[in-house]
Design a protein around this ligand. Structure first.
Ligand code: TRP
Ligand code: ZN
Length: 467
């Protein structure tokens, strides 16, 4: 049977042929993000990714099978996945070979007619994509790199904001969170570390390979998914609260990193008192060498650090487990909900442990022109979502809120309420401002218009009694 469907410029037009017998329309090519319109896709929600990856000794080549379980949110005749580079060697939807088209970072799948009728709104369907190739490193607008980064002894996948599609096909927008199983087969002698918990480690003597299987049972945004391949010294410990802490450290930096990493349990307990219960089953860290990446990233369960982290950096990345990983931005515009709170966590830590009042950090940030380049809730372009106002002024917003509440018991109750209300979900700036006003019973409109949305540095900005 002939399908009267066309794929033009990466967008599948709807199937018009009566002969096709396919109900529904194609899912959108993007998730309507205001900054990254091509990221994510419409028409379905992924519930689970099962990724089977095999990596060669140089970690330059990847062979993968992605099994994606998703629920249709409309009647679908076709749908998109995001995938950058790599060759697709085959795809099935509901067990039948699917037609595959590629255009830029979009993979368009058209299910076989025999199964297309199953992709009805509300139904769950399974897609398998087989792929291979040399995963790419992307260069972001600020000159930093993400995606698949080669390291001294392997590689690491970092996905914020757009690197996920370099190593697996999926719905790569933070609004579509899912559980994951990641099984990575590496040459013997190398380790593969990912999110969640290690389910098994199996060595095949004949093949000279080891397969590490990791499972993430709590919903995860794809930009927080990682795999780190290399020589690692690994350790599994338990905190006083019974939380498993799995660390993987490059032996070259282990002696320097380990005393810092030993504080993870203490930091998490301190954060849990302020932000609410730790949201995941396990915690930890992945530590590579300083030259392996230009930045740390709050990869879920175990943040990634290029080199031994300072205590402040540990506090920042671990705070992201609440702010970003559990409560995830609805779109990339809401980035200050991640970075503002993670930065504020550093200020709070300094107040409690280093005798630096938050007010000092606030005033330093206030005096820094870089924080006034644009309002944190409205970065002018995609290149700005990781710029100073999102961090420094984002943290100033949190502090102004604390001053407005004027009672630390109630302020921390508000933070805990916020992380509880959106635990394992997504939230926007509007969700936050509405939540804060409801929780405090205060009219905070001036606080938002000055600190969150205002262009100008307020003349009276360091007066403590002003909202
Ligand atoms: N989220 C990282 C951190 O705070 C920093 C970062 C790395 C980042 N890449 C980014 C922020 C891209 C925004 C966009 O530790
Ligand atoms: Zn951060």
């Amino acid at each position: 049977m002939l399908l009267a469907c066309a794929v033009l410029g990466g967008t599948a037009s709807s199937c018009t042929g009566a002969g096709a017998g396919v109900a529904g329309t194609p899912g959108a090519a993007g998730a309507r993000d205001p900054y990254f319109p091509k990221l994510g896709n419409g028409g379905y929600d992924v519930t689970h990714y099962d990724l089977r990856l095999t990596v060669d000794r140089s970690a330059a080549h990847l062979t993968g099978t992605a099994t994606i379980t998703a629920r249709a949110t409309q009647d679908l005749s076709a749908f998109h996945l995001d995938l950058v580079g790599l060759d697709v060697t085959g795809a099935t939807v509901e067990g039948r070979p699917a037609a595959v088209n590629r255009a830029g970072g979009e993979l368009v799948l058209r299910p076989a007619t025999q199964v297309a009728g199953r992709l009805r709104k509300g139904r769950t369907f399974e897609t398998v994509v087989r792929y291979s190739g040399a995963p790419r490193t992307l260069t972001d607008a600020d000159g930093t790199h993400e995606g698949w980064l080669r390291t001294a002894d392997g590689a690491v996948a970092l996905g914020e904001p757009a690197g996920g599609p370099t190593w697996f096909p999926g719905n790569h927008h933070p609004s579509d969170k899912a559980t994951y199983t990641v099984a990575v087969t590496v040459p013997e002698g190398l380790a593969a570390v990912s999110n969640g918990e290690l389910v098994s480690r199996r060595t095949s003597g004949g093949a000279g390979t080891t397969t590490y299987t990791w499972h993430t049972g709590e919903p995860m945004a794809s930009y927080l998914a990682t795999v780190a391949i290399g020589r690692f010294r690994t350790e599994e410990t338990r905190t006083g609260d019974g939380l498993t802490v799995f660390t993987a450290v490059d032996p070259e930096v282990a002696a320097e990193a380990e005393p810092e990493l030993a504080r993870i349990g203490q930091i998490l307990a301190w954060e849990a008192e302020r932000f609410g219960p730790y949201p995941f089953r396990s915690a930890g860290a992945i530590v590579d060498r300083p030259e392996d990446s230009e930045y740390a990233l709050e990869t879920q369960n175990r943040p990634y650090y290029p080199g031994p982290p300072t205590t402040g950096l540990l506090v920042h990345e671990l705070a992201h487990q609440w702010f970003g990983d559990s409560v995830t931005p609805a779109t990339w515009r809401d980035m200050w909900l991640n970075e503002g709170f993670a930065t504020y966590a550093e200020w709070l830590w300094s107040e409690d442990h280093e005798d630096t009042p938050v007010r000092e950090n606030f005033e330093r940030a206030f005096a820094d022109d870089a924080n006034w380049a644009f309002p944190p809730a409205e970065p002018p372009t995609a290149a700005d979502v990781s710029q100073p106002p999102v961090y420094g002024r984002g943290a100033m917003v949190v502090h102004r809120l604390r001053l407005a509440v004027d009672d630390d018991g109630r302020f921390f109750a508000l933070l805990k309420g916020w992380t509880g209300a959106h635990r394992h979900g997504n939230a926007s700036t509007a969700d936050f401002t509405a939540y804060a006003e409801k929780a405090t019973g205060l009219d905070l409109s001036r606080l938002w218009s000055v600190w969150l949305y205002g262009d100008e540095r307020p003349a009276d900005g360091t007066a403590p009694d002003l909202p």
